[in-house]
Design a protein around this ligand. Structure first.
Ligand SMILES: [Zn+2]
Length: 581
């Protein structure tokens, strides 16, 4: 995995390794003689400066925080300030830095000392956290080419020095061209739940890594160049659509509040399919499914193979926990995504619908807590299901969505009660049942399946008709209708529930017969046809988890079918059975 990340980093890296863009918040303006002029708050910009793998125990040449630059913060800053001065002294031969040296040494009283006194009055408290850069007249010192050249020269000298003490070949690139050092690799930013300052990707004793078959202390075998490559690669992927202020196609999804999925291809290639997971485009999805499953192999043939990678990670304070690593050929990637859309398709209002992956994840959790980690766990399983066609998401997700459905929220004032089985929930149930059942058992269809006469599925269908009969007989303003009162018991304890619901339904039918004989005839026939295929005495006293899911899908499919059947009945009470959604 690190190898692929390093390869990717190499692809996107630009400029010299010794330099890196760093933000600037404040200009410290000094005169030629080193005397202090003023502090200027500037709108945050980024400019190249000396690159540091980590700030720990280090200061950056000519651009750093107030602690380092003017020893702001009293004694605690002494150490940091000294690091800054030490760094500066390495470059004392640079003519351009003369005013800066005067500022700290010969003209100290008018320089650093005055600056320290003025800092708090010139810079408001909330502005004091940023980087300070030196300016003489209109020139920002650290941005000058001579300074850049000096940094690069120093960097290359150090590389050679380190190589002398190098320890053989790098485990990633296999070469001994760059040194392997004990230095911490660069920090990874933007990891959900990670430290603001960044997290270390590879570190000693990282359990997550061992489980991926990587050796402990691996980082002692990564050369400085490969380390830099993978760090740059990861940071680029995690920067979530923005890189140096330029919008680009994002390579990252943040799910919940603690999980990020990043993905990329080995060779650069447009991969739109992944965006359809969040933004399903029915036309494009149909084309993809057709081309993948119609045996049309033209797209596959003669094209050099490329690879798709995805990595799921979460922050754990200073470290990154790797949850998953996926590595598939681009051909498989397309096939697998096509399979995903087939598996989550649900017919709704007469057309196939594909839900957004994140909506499916939301459909599966059953608390209202916004920081509930369940959503990101479910999202991760769904992400894997989308990218790996044989991946079987765990059954606890089914339990979770069913629990959510059974818990019917009370009607709030003025708010219409909606059906607890939404399109997304139906879709999620179908996916989980089918993936868990792919080797044996019935595969649930995307729409009403008249060939499926399983007890749970049939009872779900009957229940939908019973709900419709009540609505036709009494109207839609029912406070506690059959669905609200009996959904939970019918889907879990069918035998006792069925008799009670049937008695109610008979009463509703009697009323409907008097009020609207047309609607009565249609609904009564529907109910009878369904009841003919099952024997209520076969109803078990308990449905299994999977049967509960089949019940829910049977209910949903039947409701959708009725919706299509009754749409045209403008004046009949049949219409009232379908108005809800
Ligand atoms: Zn290497």
């Amino acid at each position: 995995m690190i190898k692929e990340l390093a390869e990717f980093g190499k692809r996107i890296r630009t400029g010299h390794d010794a330099l890196k863009d760093e933000p600037i918040s404040i200009d410290l303006v000094i005169n030629e003689d080193g005397s202090f002029n003023s502090f200027l708050v500037i709108e945050k910009i980024s400019r190249k400066a000396e690159a540091l793998n980590s700030k720990k125990g280090k200061a950056r040449l000519l651009l750093d925080k107030p602690e380092e630059v003017i020893c702001y913060g009293g004694e605690l800053s002494n150490k940091k300030h000294q690091l800054f001065l030490d760094k500066l002294s390495v470059y004392e031969d640079l003519e351009l830095l003369k005013p800066v040296f005067s500022f700290y040494n010969s003209n100290k009283e008018n320089g650093i000392e005055r600056a320290s006194l003025e800092f708090e009055s010139q810079i408001s408290e909330k502005e004091r956290g940023g980087n300070i850069a030196f300016r003489v007249n209109d020139i920002r010192i650290h941005e000058q080419q001579v300074v850049y050249d000096a940094i690069i020269e120093r960097f290359e000298f150090n590389q050679i020095e380190k190589l002398k003490g190098g320890k053989g070949n790098c485990s990633i690139c296999g070469s001994s061209k760059y040194p392997i050092t004990k230095d911490t690799h660069g920090m990874i930013k933007n990891v959900p739940k990670g430290q603001k300052a960044g997290c270390a990707f590879v570190s000693y004793n990282e359990k997550a890594f061992e489980s991926y078959g990587l050796l402990k202390n691996l980082n002692s075998n990564i050369c400085t160049n490969c380390a830099k490559n993978y760090v740059e690669g990861l940071n680029w992927l995690l920067s979530n659509g923005y890189l140096k202020g330029v919008s680009r196609q994002t390579n990252c999804r943040i799910f919940g509040n603690d999980t990020a999925m990043i993905y990329w291809t080995k060779d650069e290639e447009q991969i739109d399919e992944i965006n359809w997971l969040d933004n399903p485009d029915v036309g494009e999805i149909t084309n993809l499914i057709d081309s993948v499953f119609s045996g049309d192999q033209r797209i596959m043939r003669g094209i050099k193979s490329n690879w798709f990678y995805s990595c799921t990670l979460s922050g754990a304070a200073a470290r990154i926990a790797i949850r998953d690593w996926i590595e598939i050929s681009l051909e498989d990637y397309r096939k697998n995504i096509a399979k995903w859309f087939q598996d989550i398709a649900i017919k709704n209002d007469g057309v196939l619908k594909y839900s957004r992956l994140y909506f499916l994840a939301q459909a599966g959790h059953n608390t209202k807590l916004s920081n509930d980690p369940t959503i990101s766990r479910i999202a991760n399983h769904l992400w894997k299901s989308a990218l790996l066609k044989d991946y079987v998401p765990p059954l606890w997700i089914l339990a979770s969505v069913l629990k959510r459905i059974r818990y019917i929220e009370p009607v709030e004032d003025g708010k219409k009660r909606t059906d607890p089985i939404s399109l997304e929930r139906a879709s999620l149930i179908r996916l989980i049942i089918n993936r868990n059942n792919s080797k044996n058992g019935t595969i649930m269809k995307e729409q009403l399946d008249t060939a499926d006469v399983g007890t749970a599925y049939m009872f779900g269908r009957i229940f939908a008709v019973q709900v419709a009969i009540q609505r036709a007989a009494i109207g839609k303003n029912i406070n506690a209708g059959i669905r609200e009162v009996f959904f939970s018991s019918a889907s879990t304890n069918p035998a006792p529930a069925f008799g009670r619901i049937m008695r109610l339904t008979q009463r509703h039918l009697t009323k409907l017969k008097q009020d609207d004989s047309g609607a009565f005839t249609v609904l009564d026939r529907k109910l009878q046809e369904l009841c003919r295929t099952i024997n209520p005495s076969d109803f078990p006293s308990l449905f299994t988890l999977e049967e509960q899911g089949q019940f829910a899908l049977g209910y949903y499919h039947q409701k959708q079918k009725d919706y299509e059947d009754f749409k045209e009945h403008q004046n009949s009470k049949l219409k009232s059975t379908i108005e809800e959604e």
